[in-house]
Design a protein around this ligand. Structure first.
Ligand code: AMP
Ligand code: ZN
Ligand code: FE
Ligand code: FE
Length: 275
């Protein structure tokens, strides 16, 4: 079978995914993908762990990262692709983000305790392991300790955006995040704009230097994919896509379920070359 599809948005257990980087590579090969990107929150450890194994097996592995930012009081996610992940300044900055994630986790545990939910940080860190700490780890801990029945209930009742134990992350501005991706020669792509639901911000992000938008995503229906492709065309941006797989946390493993053509990766490389 000729391999023509890719998946440019996957989380490993180096952040809040459940699969190890090597398991991700194996699944991608099983699905006959030609290339994938591991785009963990605030870390490239997963990419580093898997890159040799992927290359040995003829799978192209793209260095990526997902950064969380705020814009006009909205959560905005920015993907960085083809990044120079060894850049010492970048390494230092994302390490600080991971530290902030840990402290934010502690703050959320404190809020939960104040709400009478007797959860301990130890339980959360045991679930997170070496992974950059995120709300999914807290959700898993709340399920494990039987404070909620399901993962989704944890977000709805406690740690979702409008829920009582939610604590925002450090306030990284979108323009700073784009600059950070450019500092490491990467391509800056707006993640899942369909969940942001503020298309009017895209023009502002383009002014800040945005290079592309994620058109294909498991939360984008076919109409949205076409919509974001046309927005990319309008602003002369590239479009990309991926599943945003976090492993089997929500049941199905999403790797390869969103059909993204290899051409999207070629376009990312073209952006880097054209500079
Ligand atoms: P964090 O980066 O710690 O804020 O966690 C964000 C992650 O939590 C996202 O990547 C999603 O996987 C997950 N998440 C956020 N909101 C929800 C929600 N309402 N229901 C289920 N999962 C969510
Ligand atoms: Zn995540
Ligand atoms: Fe995201
Ligand atoms: Fe993601």
């Amino acid at each position: 079978m000729p391999r023509e599809y890719i998946d440019l948005h996957i989380h490993s257990n180096a952040s809040d995914g459940l699969l190890s980087p090597l398991e991700i590579v194996e699944l991608a090969m099983k699905k006959h993908l030609k290339a994938i990107a591991i785009t963990d929150h605030d870390t490239t450890d997963g990419f580093v762990e898997a890159v040799d194994y992927a290359n040995k097996n003829g799978l192209e592995l793209v260095a990526g990262v997902e950064l969380s930012c705020m814009y006009m009081d909205n959560d905005v996610h920015l993907l960085g692709y083809l990044i120079d992940y060894r850049n010492p300044e970048f390494v230092k900055i994302i390490k600080k983000f991971r530290q902030e994630r840990y402290e934010r986790g502690e703050a959320m545990v404190t809020k939960l305790n104040e709400l009478g939910i007797n959860i301990r940080m130890d339980t959360v860190t045991a679930i997170a392991g070496k992974g950059a700490l995120g709300r999914p780890h807290l959700a898993d801990a709340l399920v494990k300790e039987e404070f909620v029945h399901t993962y989704d209930e944890a977000f709805a009742r406690y740690i979702g955006y409008h829920a009582p134990a939610y604590v925002p992350k450090m306030n990284l501005n979108v323009d700073h995040a784009i600059d950070l991706v450019h500092l490491v020669n990467g391509v800056a792509v707006l993640a899942h704009p369909g969940t942001l639901r503020h298309d009017e911000y895209i023009a502002d992000f383009v002014d800040m230097g945005l290079d592309g938008i994620e058109a294909y995503h498991h939360l984008h229906n076919r109409k949205m994919v076409e919509h974001y492709k046309s927005i990319a065309e309008k602003y002369d941006l590239v479009y990309t896509g991926g599943s945003d797989c976090h492993g089997p946390r929500k049941g199905k493993i999403l790797i390869g379920t969103v059909k993204v053509p290899y051409k999207c990766l070629e376009n990312l490389k073209r952006v880097v070359k054209s500079r």
